[in-house]
Every structure is written in structure tokens, then in C-alpha cells.
Design a protein around this ligand. Structure first.
Ligand SMILES: NC(=O)C1=CN([C@@H]2O[C@H](COP(=O)(O)OP(=O)(O)OC[C@H]3O[C@@H](n4cnc5c(N)ncnc54)[C@H](OP(=O)(O)O)[C@@H]3O)[C@@H](O)[C@H]2O)C=CC1
Ligand SMILES: CC(=O)N[C@@H](CCC(=O)OP(=O)(O)O)C(=O)O
Length: 313
């Protein structure tokens, strides 16, 4: 009998589920339970897998994730949810380990952990330390812009983009993108920000931008971020006002693909008192599957860096 932890991925055939599977294949402490392909949407079959698993990871659309949680709760199964269904719910732990001193213990002990959204990961890691330290007032009306690779839209968008693809497509123009609640809550903002994302004609990789006009001084913002994330393995605060040499004068979204890294940038102009905060990550990596494996490791009391990156074979 194996002494490995057993993990079931509900939604194993989807974009996020497949990426998690590819990471866990080489995990020394985890055995993946796979559901019969013909029964992967049957409630009873899924519940049996949940019962047999130490942790179930949900990689489902929001409505299906809510139904899956009811199945899991009925058999007392521990759940890590990659969907946006539970990210602001009081009885769930928000799975962003880097957000504060108490986070890792909370994730470790919880039976219901919600994996953060991809855009939200970029925005919250930039904003939360600055709001906590009073450099950005909670009442500040902010705007956030972002671009994602089309894999962020799951199987349906990937198929669509493989047939016909606009180079750049703005969306979220109704002020109601599903990550907004999460961004506002976990950044500590009293005022709802404007969030305006876009999709580009490339598969994966993401940039999130927050322009700050006459809000703070860039040096202080950079120092606060650098201090807050000191010692974090997956968040790199890049030197102030420095563009990566390999792509200057551009900042490209795909540089961290297949990794669980997140880079934070601060660009600022002292005289104009203008600052641009930026985050770069892989929407499928630190934005979804890499973060899910990091949280899974923490939930199981394992070193959190095991298999968080996609194997390069
Ligand atoms: N893609 C990304 O960058 C990110 C995605 N996420 C979140 O992860 C979740 C999954 O997204 P993603 O992987 O992109 O989506 P996909 O559409 O690629 O995959 C969803 C999977 O769920 C399956 N599914 C749907 N309904 C059910 C059901 N009732 N029972 C069992 N399986 C079901 C689908 O089946 P079928 O194959 O038959 O369609 C599909 O395989 C979403 O909540 C999304 O918001 C989070 C962060 C980033
Ligand atoms: C490009 C694209 O369409 N992205 C998705 C967000 C990615 C996603 O589904 O992530 P979460 O589960 O974290 O919400 C969107 O904007 O709805």
C-alpha cells in the first residue's frame, strides 16, 4: 500500500486540471486518483473519488464548483477550489500564502481553500502591502489594466483563438469582471477599483498594471514591496525603474511561462509624482496551477516548492 497522499482533480480534462496533473505526475509524495473518463461528470463517481482522496482540487466552472463542494461536504472531503466561486466567502481560506504572517498556518489547517484568480494575484500582491502600510489610502479610486494570453479563458477560448484571433481584444467593459470583489477585499480597498482586462493573440502569460497619479512616492512603494516579500520564493520584486534587459524597451508577458514565479515592478518619476505598478506572471502558473500545487503542498504540510513549475522534459 502506497504511503503517498491521494489527490483527485475534479475537472482533470480542462486547461487548469491538465496543467495541475502535469505538475503532479512527478510529485514524490502524491498519488493522483483518476476518474473513469466516461463517468467524469457523474456526481456519484466524483463523490467516490472525493471520499478516497486526501484532497480534491476543483478545476471547474463556478456553478459546477459550487455543486462539487456540496458533494465534498457530504463526505467530509478537503477541497482546494481553483474557480472563482468561493474567493471572498467568510468560511473559506484565501490561498495566497504570501499575503501575511498568518496565511500559511490558515491554509495548512483549512478544509476549504480557495485558489486566487490570475489577474487578482497580480493586483493584490501589488496593492495589499501598500494599503496595509498606508501608502495607498483605502479610499483611493484606482484603475487596473491587464492583458492575458487566451488560455485564461479555458478550453472554449483556446479553441476560438486557434481558429480566428484578434491581435488584441479589450473586455470587462461593464465594470463587473469576476475578479473585482476578490481584488477589492484582499487588497483592503474601501472603493471598488475599475478593472479593464484584455486578451492578446498568444497562449499564456499576463501583465497587470496599476497607474498611480500623484498618489505616492515610487521609492517608498518599491521599498515597502521589497521588504514585504523579502524571503518569498515565488515573488521577485524587480529593481526600481529597471526594465528587464532582454526585452527593453518592452515589458513582455510571456517571460515567466510554465513557472510559479511572479515579478513585481515599480516604475516612477519623482518630479511628476507618477508611478506605475506592474505584475508579470503566467496565468496558468502562479495565476492558477502553480499556485494550486503550492497551496496543495502547504495543505499537506510539505515543502511548498515541490513540483510547482511545469516539467520541461
Ligand atoms: N485558465 C486559466 O488561466 C485559469 C482558470 N481558472 C479557473 O479554473 C476553473 C477551470 O477553468 P479552465 O481550466 O480554464 O476551464 P476549462 O473550460 O478548460 O475546463 C473546465 C473543465 O471542467 C469540466 N466540467 C464542466 N462542468 C463539469 C461538471 N459538472 N462535472 C465535471 N466536470 C465538469 C469541463 O468538461 P469538458 O472538457 O467536457 O468541457 C472541462 O474539462 C475555472 O473556474 C476558472 O475560472 C483559474 C485561474 C486561471
Ligand atoms: C483571458 C480570460 O478570459 N480570463 C478569465 C480569467 C481567468 C480565469 O478564469 O480565472 P479565474 O478562475 O481565476 O477567475 C476572465 O477574464 O474571465
Amino acid at each position: 500500500m502506497s504511503n503517498k497522499y491521494r489527490v483527485f482533480i475534479d475537472g482533470q480534462a480542462g486547461t487548469t486540471g491538465l496543467q495541475i496533473q502535469q505538475r503532479l505526475i512527478n510529485h514524490p509524495h502524491i498519488e493522483l486518483l483518476t476518474i473513469d473518463e466516461a463517468r467524469r461528470k457523474e456526481a456519484q463517481a466524483r463523490q467516490e473519488m472525493m471520499s478516497a482522496a486526501d484532497i480534491t482540487i476543483l478545476c471547474l466552472p463556478d456553478a459546477a464548483a459550487r455543486e462539487a463542494v456540496a458533494l465534498a461536504d457530504a463526505v467530509g472531503a478537503r477541497v482546494l477550489d481553483a474557480s472563482s466561486a468561493h474567493r471572498t466567502e467568510a468560511d473559506w481560506v484565501y490561498g495566497m500564502p504570501e499575503l501575511g504572517a498568518d496565511r500559511r498556518a490558515a491554509i495548512r489547517q483549512s478544509s476549504h481553500v480557495s485558489n486566487p484568480g490570475c489577474y487578482a494575484t497580480g493586483a493584490i500582491t501589488l496593492l495589499a502591502p501598500l494599503v496595509q502600510r498606508g501608502l495607498i489610502g483605502a479610499q483611493t479610486p484606482l484603475a487596473i489594466n491587464a492583458i492575458s494570453g487566451y488560455s485564461g479563458g479555458g478550453k472554449a477560448m483556446i479553441e476560438r483563438y486557434q481558429q480566428t484571433a484578434p491581435g488584441y481584444a479589450a473586455y470587462g467593459l461593464g465594470f463587473d469582471h469576476k475578479h473585482l470583489k476578490e481584488i477589492q477585499k484582499w487588497s483592503g480597498l474601501a472603493v471598488r477599483p475599475i478593472f479593464q482586462p484584455a486578451v492578446g493573440d498568444y497562449a499564456q502569460g499576463m501583465l497587470v498594471f496599476i497607474p498611480l497619479n500623484n498618489v505616492l512616492d515610487g521609492d517608498s512603494a518599491w521599498r515597502a514591496l521589497d521588504e514585504f516579500y523579502a524571503g518569498e520564493a515565488f515573488i521577485r520584486v524587480m529593481p526600481l525603474n529597471a526594465l528587464p534587459e532582454e526585452s527593453a524597451p518592452f515589458l513582455l508577458p510571456e517571460a515567466l511561462n510554465n513557472s510559479n514565479m511572479l515579478e513585481l515592478f515599480v516604475f516612477s518619476h519623482a518630479e511628476h509624482r507618477q508611478t506605475l505598478l506592474a505584475a508579470r506572471l503566467d496565468n496558468l502558473g502562479k495565476g492558477a496551477s502553480g499556485a494550486a500545487v503550492q497551496n496543495l503542498n502547504i495543505m499537506l504540510g510539505l515543502p511548498e516548492d515541490i513540483c510547482v513549475n511545469l516539467p520541461t522534459d
